[in-house]
Design a protein around this ligand. Structure first.
Ligand SMILES: CC(C)(COP(=O)(O)OP(=O)(O)OC[C@H]1O[C@@H](n2cnc3c(N)ncnc32)[C@H](O)[C@@H]1OP(=O)(O)O)[C@@H](O)C(=O)NCCC(=O)NCCS
Length: 158
């Protein structure tokens, strides 16, 4: 079956939640709660400025990514709640999901995209991913997420 890339919808909401929850080693519990509420808010039409895309094969959601618009800046978005389901990482799904989202954001006149991760070792693969898809680390903030867990801020100019 072919993988489809499409906006998150009511039909794919619970699959998107399952996809991000399949990766407890990469996220804090509060990240799951924030992801669920922002996915839900988008499918209910409450936050159209903050779009989400899913990768879907049949009824199964394989991955999800979104962006949150900075309302106080011109064309600036932060990637949000990005996950490819456990066991399916490293097959090109994340790259293609991001391409679809970036295309959508370009149409919305986005200029700058940011991705927030960590320089802690549990996200070494995440940083390798962002570097492979042309994001550049522009800042590191010690003790940001928690003591000993720094923010790594990545940027891409569209
Ligand atoms: C980050 C994530 C979304 C990327 O999705 P993915 O489907 O695994 O990534 P892809 O297979 O599309 O990889 C694209 C490129 O990134 C690089 N890459 C991905 N994972 C890598 C790894 N573990 N080590 C080195 N490079 C890696 C590869 O160069 C790959 O290039 P290729 O397309 O030429 O093979 C996914 O791995 C994930 O869910 N990670 C855990 C959660 C997470 O970190 N989310 C982001 C929070 S900020």
């Amino acid at each position: 079956m072919e993988v489809q890339y499409e906006p998150l919808s009511r039909e794919t909401l619970s699959g998107a939640i399952d996809a991000i929850r399949s990766l407890p080693e990469f996220f804090y519990e509060r990240d799951f709660e924030k992801a669920e509420s922002s996915y839900r808010s988008y499918v209910e039409g409450k936050t159209p400025d903050d779009p989400f895309y899913v990768a879907r094969e049949g009824q199964e959601v394989l991955g999800v990514v979104g962006a949150a618009k900075r309302q106080d800046a011109d064309g600036v978005y932060f990637l949000a709640s990005f996950a490819v389901k456990k066991g399916l990482r490293g097959r090109g799904i994340g790259r293609r999901l991001l391409e679809h989202l970036e295309h959508e954001l370009k149409e919305r006149r986005a200029r700058l995209l940011f991705a927030e991760t960590t320089t802690a070792s549990y996200c070494d693969p995440t940083r390798a991913f962002y570097e492979a898809v042309d994001y550049v680390m522009v800042a590191e903030v010690p003790d940001f997420w928690a003591p000993g867990d720094p923010l790594a801020l990545y940027q891409k100019r569209l």
